[in-house]
Design a protein around this ligand. Sequence first.
Ligand code: FAD
Length: 327
Amino acid sequence: MSILVVLEQQAGAWHRMSWETLAAGQQLGAALGQPVEAAVAGHGVAVLAAEAASKNVAKVWAVEHGLLDAYTADGYTAALEQLIRKAQPSVVLLPHTYQVRDFAPKLAARFSQVLMSDVIAIRSEGGGLVCVRQFFQGKLNGDVRVSGAGPMFASLQAGAWRADSLAAGSAAAPVESFAPVLDAVQIRQKPEAPFREAARAVDLTAAEIIVSVGRGIKEQSNIPVVEDLAHAFGAELAASRPICDAGWLPMERQVGSSGQTVAPKMYVAVGISGAIQHLVGMKGAKVIVAINKDPHAPIFEVADYGIVGDLFEVAPALAEAVRKAKA
Ligand SMILES: Cc1cc2nc3c(=O)[nH]c(=O)nc-3n(C[C@H](O)[C@H](O)[C@H](O)COP(=O)(O)OP(=O)(O)OC[C@H]3O[C@@H](n4cnc5c(N)ncnc54)[C@H](O)[C@@H]3O)c2cc1C
């Protein structure tokens, strides 16, 4: 019995969530006393497999085939099904990316299993595994018990595990090549250019402090109120999606599931309600401060410090206090 972590690469570059998923695999492996294996699929993945082998894993599978050069749901499902039948893991973990959402339900169904999607925690209980998933835009957490004879399939939410907790191995793990039997007629999709997440011209991921503005700002002409707070902190300015959709700030400043995932030392959410799609992009911040006039806004559930009030009063007062404290 082992835990198999399926890592994601595109055109030879890792998806940033691969390492979070591997970190989750290591933690689950330690809890269950099972070895952790990683798999990377594609064409010409030897270099990536060698990099994965430097982590604390028992083995890395390099799943190689010319037909896996460009991602297709049919190709990945067929290849990974064959790998899973060979490796016989008890648990298959995948990052909850757009690509995984596309093929993983079908892969799980090949084993008469469901995909536990967008999981935020996994624990062992009563000899079985319990996955925690969110409902109603993150307002409720639900425990989902997994049964069935096949392996458990779970895709893990962005930011739910931290990539910086990933343990390196003391020596390189063995890399085993796995050549699935694939035929071009099996693959019904014709790959096109992949969906582009928001461009990364501003690297919010490197920012130590982020002040982020949401729809509570009401109008584009009010943005300087929050921008001034960002300046006072020496922070990068970011935003929730509606602000970027409206063109009030550029797309690369968007935080969330279709924007950037950030993990600054401090994240100040101003007039942001805390929808799940926003939370997944920022809940890895060390300290979260929320300013919102609604005391029941979901953002307060993840906030370390909450200020219930009108941002048009609170933000300027806070900016002034920060400037005074720095003087
Ligand atoms: C597939 C998909 C992907 C998505 N991706 C993203 C994403 O990447 N990032 C993202 O952010 N969203 C994303 N969303 C949208 C997300 O669901 C929410 O709609 C969005 O995050 C809400 O933005 P908001 O919090 O700024 O606005 P709202 O939900 O409208 O919240 C505004 C908040 O401001 C508060 N407020 C109002 N006036 C004041 C005031 N004067 N002072 C203080 N507080 C005030 C209100 O109480 C409220 O809580 C996505 C949605 C989908 C379906």
